[in-house]
Design a binder for this molecule. Structure first.
Ligand SMILES: Nc1ncnc2c1ncn2[C@@H]1O[C@H](COP(=O)(O)OP(=O)(O)O)[C@@H](O)[C@H]1O
Ligand SMILES: [Mg+2]
Length: 308
């Protein structure tokens, strides 16, 4: 399969001191969805700006579908901040965007209708978009981004700031899009659940560098250990005891242990505590998530970024 994107040794600095991309290399195969997962400031938007010719790299090589020159007609981009005109209706926004790409007459009308339907915006098509909810606005952004049927679509933090329900709704819309249009999609996110849900492949980005890339499964298997969480009486004493046998962390109300086969270890752990007359109130096991993998590779937590 052809590479949709090849970035080799790309560098980008802002001013003298800010290194946004630091010798970054990344290959993205045609037809897949790749997520760039990393915290704020790690360089995600800079990658998109460079790939869409809104910014220029200081150094390095970039090829899109094998070419060094970008054909803007084949790409679509939904940026982090909305491109929707709040004073236009949903339909007017789409019509205008279509005209920008040279669509006219019946072809334009048909495409706009098709997109309004696909994103469930028909009944709100003639309302001013400033009255739309956050989720509706993002869907309109998405529809505008693909009006010209791009081969390659960039989505910069598509669901940041949305509530969980609107996020799920948008995920469904993105998935449907992938199935129907067969595009290559590059999306950035700092939500591990989003990367997990939508991507064929995930690249971790940290301080302007790609740290590791793989499928969600491949990445999770690198952690190799489950987390056993336990709440009990005498937490400090329990910590001291468990630490002798297990890699143990104190996390707020509970203790967490990294163990190879969590479910097989549960009874052993509660047995140890019972022997020391410590009452166990709850014990559970969880498989590694992408946040655990990110922590393993970068020493940074992704989770902390999620509540802003
Ligand atoms: N126009 C700019 N001027 C100066 N610094 C910038 C500019 N754009 C981005 N940066 C810096 O580059 C780094 C990467 O930013 P960005 O690509 O926006 O990260 P992300 O999208 O992952 O949050 C950050 O340190 C950011 O402050
Ligand atoms: Mg960004």
């Amino acid at each position: 399969m052809q590479n949709a994107i090849e970035m080799k040794h790309v560098k980008k600095t802002y001013g003298k001191n800010v290194i946004a991309l630091n010798d970054l290399s990344l290959m993205i195969k045609e037809g897949i969805t790749l997520s760039l997962l990393g915290p704020n400031g790690s360089g995600k938007t800079t990658i998109i700006r460079i790939l869409t010719s809104l910014a220029y790299p200081d150094d390095g090589e970039i090829r899109i579908f094998g070419s060094g020159k970008l054909d803007k007609k084949i790409i679509g981009c939904v940026s982090q901040s909305s491109g929707v005109d709040p004073m236009g209706t949903g339909k007017e926004n789409l019509m205008l965007q279509g005209r920008i790409y040279g669509l006219k007459g019946d072809v334009l009308k048909k495409r706009v209708d098709e997109l309004l339907t696909a994103f469930q915006l028909q009944k709100d098509a003639n309302r001013l978009s400033k009255q739309y909810s956050g989720g509706m606005k993002r869907k309109l952004d998405l529809a505008m981004g693909i009006i010209h049927r791009p081969k390659l679509l960039f989505l910069d933090e598509p669901t940041t700031g949305l509530d969980p329900e609107a996020r799920k709704d948008l995920w469904a819309a993105i998935k449907q899009l992938q199935r129907k249009e067969g595009m290559t999609v590059v999306l950035t996110t700092h939500y591990m659940e989003e990367a997990d849900e939508l991507s064929d492949s995930i690249a971790f980005i940290n301080d302007g560098k790609i740290v590791v890339e793989g499928t969600a499964e491949e990445l999770k298997s690198k952690v190799g250990k489950d987390t056993v969480s336990i709440t009990c009486d005498n937490q400090e004493q329990a910590y001291t005891i468990l630490q002798e046998t297990y890699e143990t962390r104190r996390e707020k109300e509970q203790l967490e242990m990294m163990v190879e086969q969590g479910d097989q270890e549960l009874s052993k752990i509660s047995g140890i505590l019972t022997k020391h007359s410590i009452n166990v109130t709850s014990i559970s096991v969880s498989k590694p998530d992408l946040g655990d993998v990110y922590l393993l590779y970068t020493g940074k937590k992704l989770r902390e970024e999620e509540n802003e």
